[in-house]
Design a protein around this ligand. Structure first.
Ligand SMILES: *Cc1c(COP(=O)(O)O)cnc(C)c1O
Length: 424
């Protein structure tokens, strides 16, 4: 039998990959807890939660079982005109942990569509009220997915340059990224707020919505900002009747230490986008959640006021069943304690790295996420060196980040930080 990697190379085109120069892919045979295993049974600690989706560990039996049991009852049914218990129960449970009045739930399948839906709803909300607002506000470095709307608001993440001509117009606010012992933060924030003020004066009544990854930008390098800053931004835009979209696709489900970043920020946005961790990493699912005010603007005797959007797999019962079990696990005291323990282990780990490695800088922690920059990392070939030591990591430019499943122990992390230090 030919190696999986060889067969793969002949037939599969991978995401975000320059196929010409990419390293050989790692074929994974199975996963258990925080580890995945290759064909030769080598173990890798999954420190990136498999693109930030896995929260309770791989092949978690309880989630697997709930999917199996649901599949024997009902695998899927059209969600226009039909409904089912797993979808309703999931939304009822989520309404209990999201801030009020985020009580209207629209399903889709991934983070990009969750964002696309929020953008379209925000735009149509104003149309339904007889107003035309064609502009959006977003942040430099913000990443919101790879569909056209999501690319437009995430253009300044640098991932979508090839499509520049096809994107709609977005006003981009500088992002005051910060880190431990950053003494320039006040200046960066006041500059960003000045730019925002100017946009608001010039375009305020033409802006439909602001979209932001609250507390920390993911894809552009785990760039944290201060809560005060987000609060100041939201306060300013709301004076201009601009809707607020929190893209919590990455930050949701415990990632930043609380269930959602919005709970820590004590801001209730007009939309929240959820995906990634929602099913514990088992099945694709997403939700765009909004308020009464938004929902009510779509109620009308004329069909044209309705939100004409939907996907074939909308509200898939298997994914909803997985999400319900994942949420139940997330609420357990053991999981909440594990989240706190990961945060403390990061604290210790980063102190250790700063002590041992002179090329480590800009350390930052946000809940269960730690990140740091490595000076001149490009020639170090870090990703494959990490793999050789049994660590599944995916550096973003000069940034190394650890975003482990909550099944990851203090010992796992301590040993990971030691290995990272030895490589650096
Ligand atoms: C990953 C991500 C998305 C896109 O989600 P997909 O499921 O990959 O389409 C959107 N927003 C944020 C903040 C993300 O991290």
């Amino acid at each position: 039998m030919t190696k999986l990697a060889t067969r793969d190379q002949k037939i599969i085109w991978h995401p975000f990959t320059q196929e010409k120069t990419a390293d050989e892919v790692l074929a994974i045979k199975n996963g258990c807890g925080s580890y995945v295993y290759d064909e030769d049974n080598n173990a890798y600690l999954d420190l990136i939660s498999s693109w930030w989706v896995n929260i309770h560990g791989h092949s978690h039996r309880e989630i697997a079982k709930s999917i199996y049991e649901q599949a024997l009852k009902l695998e899927h049914v059209i969600f226009a005109g039909c409904t089912h218990a797993p979808a309703i129960e999931l939304c009822e449970e989520l309404a209990g942990v999201l801030p009020y009045p985020l009580i209207h739930f629209f399903f889709s399948d991934n983070g990009s569509t969750a964002v696309e839906i929020a953008l379209k709803m925000a735009y149509q909300y104003w149309c339904n009220k007889g107003l035309k607002k064609e502009l959006f506000l977003s942040f430099e470095g913000g990443y919101h997915g790879d569909t056209f709307g999501a690319m437009s608001v995430g253009y300044k993440s640098g991932f979508h340059n090839a499509f520049a001509d096809l994107l709609f117009k977005v006003l981009s606010i500088p992002y005051p990224a910060t880190w431990d012992e950053d003494d320039g933060i006040e200046l960066k924030e006041s500059y960003a707020l000045d730019v925002l003020d100017n946009y608001l004066v010039e375009y305020g009544d033409r802006i439909a919505a602001l979209i932001v990854e609250p507390l920390i930008q993911g894809a552009s390098g785990m760039r944290a900002c201060r809560s005060e800053f987000i609060r100041a931004v939201v306060e300013k835009v709301r004076k201009f009747d601009i809707l607020v979209i929190f893209d919590e696709v990455m930050t949701g489900f415990g990632r930043t230490g609380s269930y959602f970043a919005t709970s820590q920020l004590k801001i209730t946005p007009d939309f929240i986008c959820l995906s990634k961790g929602i099913t514990g990493g088992f099945l694709p699912l997403a939700l765009t959640v909004t308020t009464n005010t938004v929902y009510d603007a779509f109620l009308h005797d004329e069909w044209s006021y309705a939100f004409a959007h939907g996907h074939s797999y909308t509200g898939n019962p298997l994914a909803c069943a997985a999400a319900l079990t994942s949420l139940k696990l997330l609420k357990q005291e053991d999981t909440q304690n594990a989240i706190k323990a990961i945060n403390r282990a990061h604290d210790q780990g980063l102190l250790f790295l700063k002590d041992k490695c002179s090329n480590v800088e800009r350390t930052r922690i946000c809940g269960t996420i730690s990140a740091f920059d490595v000076r001149n990392s490009s020639h170090l070939n870090l990703k494959s060196k990490f793999l050789e030591k049994g660590l599944l990591l995916r550096p973003l430019g000069d940034t190394i980040y650890l975003l482990p499943p909550y099944s990851t122990t203090k010992d796992d992390l301590e040993s990971a930080y030691q290995k990272i230090a030895s490589i650096l």
